[in-house]
Write a protein that binds this ligand. Sequence first.
Ligand code: SAH
Ligand code: SF4
Length: 344
Amino acid sequence: MILTNIKNLSLSELSDRLKALGFEGYRARQVKRWLYQKDVTLFDEMTNLGKEYRRILDEHFTISSLSIQEVQESSDGTRKYLITLPDEKAIEAVMIPTESRNTLCVSTQVGCAMGCGFCYTGTMGLARNLTIFEILDQVAVVRRDLKDKKKLTNLVFMGMGEPLVNTKNLYPALEILIDPECFAFSRHHITVSTVGIAPEIEKFGDKTPVKLAVSLHATTDEVRSRIMPINKKYPLKKLFESLKKMSLPKRNRITFEYVLLHGVNDSLDDARRLAKLLAPVPAKINLILFNEFPGAPYKRPPDEWVLKFQKILLDKGYVAVIRKSRGRDILGACGQLAIEKNAA
Ligand code: SAH
Ligand code: SF4
């Protein structure tokens, strides 16, 4: 019999499987705590379950853990983890500390199929989706590595891959991340970033209560299709229709990410068009400075130019933040994640 990796089950699958094995209803809660809060590696460590229960669990399931292959620390404290998967492929997760929080940037795929021209991950192609366990265990291994020194407070799904083409595993993983008996993250402290998969955006608010960020990066279909091929399938009109249809809790805003590429999408007309485009949705804007990578065909604008671009948005009443890049010296910043040996 092939044993099931217990961390690959959604919460409802876990309780169904345990029920079918004759466990009382409350046992699922105990098992969840051991797996995700206490991070045990053996069923025998689940000491509030009787011997017989532990034997049954052992007979049907395994508890797996991912392992860290390498950690690089940037001069600014950012830590980049190279994590090995069960099939020897590898992904990266990046921990970004600030005074008030410690954010982990999580991957959802090995590589990415979307092929955005400004993104290093995009140059790798897609190898495969991550499983529920592989999404969750990035958080677990980093938590283990940090021990009591630092506590992870926030998660951003901005690592390798496009989360909204792996919703089958993303949503069950998010449920476990916010469950008070599992990882217990606040839903306000988790953000999923998407390239703009319109049909999935429409459903996002009904599937999960966490926050959404959209990688916009252009204000016309002409430019967006050039730098982000997905725009040919879901052009701006479709993208914004899906955002308007998405259910959004009161006072929540959607974050729009905008990587400034000098001479491509950073004209002052772009800034004005951006303000207009976002008017129908509750929006906030993150202006991202382009991070270079080997062979990158784009340049970041001069700082004064970025401030001019930002001022137009601020004058129109938007919250527009210039996102400082962290971990650039270790290629740990946005869009710099790529692992040679995975290249498709
Ligand atoms: N696939 C998702 C999430 C991962 S990318 C998405 O595209 O949203 C996370 C963020 O990093 C996105 O906003 C992406 O556009 C941005 N990014 C990609 N390459 C970058 C680069 N070279 N410099 C700065 N940001 C980049
Ligand atoms: Fe994929 Fe996001 Fe990179 Fe585009 S920016 S290639 S969607 S990871």
